[in-house]
Design a protein around this ligand. Structure first.
Ligand code: OAD
Length: 238
């Protein structure tokens, strides 16, 4: 069975990583244009680097939760062909043992050179004068996809969406495109069964055929259990 899973900040919330748009979310503390746009970086690179340095430290101390582990176990089950897409820039899926994760919004643990495009492991604390190992220019930035930039892995993701039996969105508010449009592609192009797992209904909740409301650490293992027990076997494509 082919399953396409999209995760958002809500899956890491119980690992102590803040979401963006909940009442205590990051976008209540920071202006998104200051820290998550190329313009913000040109205006105040130190502020932006400090924002991501802080998040990198937070993630280094964080541990995966039951939801991350349940998805990793599903990926390792040979009866399921799982494409795991995340909007998260943390590495909690990998820490839980997920073998392949499509980080469409980049990674906190990588830097990219604005001059030559070289992607490498980010310093724990990135500084404005850091130098690219490849072209020796002082042009490094976090390898994070900012607003107005094109997400990673879109071709692979589109193929997976168009051929999946089940599409699942976990812990995402459905406000940021293109990720918010994945449910529509899976539904229209693959006639997939669509499941939303979320604490609060997302902006595109009407696109989902099934909703599981609650925290990820309870709902995701419950969903995986339903899959393993064969509850969705009738959806299997040939
Ligand atoms: P949001 O902060 O927009 O949404 C988080 C979602 O998680 C909400 O729907 C919450 O109800 C839900 N949630 C919170 N706690 C939860 C829990 N314990 N269990 C299950 N669900 C929970 O985060 P995203 O949708 O991931 O992009 O945000 C998308 C993008 O916007 C991010 O990748 C980031 C941000 O700006 C960039 O920075 C480029």
């Amino acid at each position: 069975m082919k399953i396409c899973i999209l995760t958002g900040a809500g899956i890491s919330a119980e690992s102590g990583i803040k979401t963006f748009r909940d009442t205590d979310g990051r976008w209540n503390e920071y202006d998104v244009t200051d820290v998550a746009t190329p313009e913000g970086f040109y205006k105040n690179p130190k502020l932006v680097l400090d924002f991501y340095n802080h998040r990198r430290k937070e993630v280094a101390d964080a541990r995966p939760n039951k939801a991350h582990y349940a998805l990793a176990a599903l990926q390792h089950n040979e009866n399921f062909d799982v494409t795991l897409i995340t909007q998260n820039v943390d590495d909690l899926h990998e820490k839980a043992g997920s073998k392949k994760v499509l980080h469409m919004h980049g990674s906190l643990h990588e830097s990219i050179c604005r001059k030559c495009g070289d992607i490498t492991t980010a310093n724990e604390v990135m500084q404005t004068h850091d130098i690219c190992d490849d072209c020796y220019h002082s042009a490094l930035r976090p390898n994070i996809v900012w607003f107005g930039e094109f997400p990673y892995h879109m071709e692979v993701i589109d193929d997976a969406l168009r051929s999946c039996d089940i599409f699942v969105a976990i812990g995402t508010s459905g406000t940021v495109y293109p990720a918010a449009g994945f449910v529509k592609t899976a539904k229209k192009k693959a006639r997939a069964h669509t499941v939303e797992i979320n604490l609060h209904p997302s902006d595109n909740k009407y696109m989902f055929t099934e909703t599981m409301s609650g925290v990820a650490t309870e709902m995701v293992p419950a969903f995986v259990e339903k899959l393993l027990s064969g509850e969705y076997d009738y959806l299997k494509s040939c």
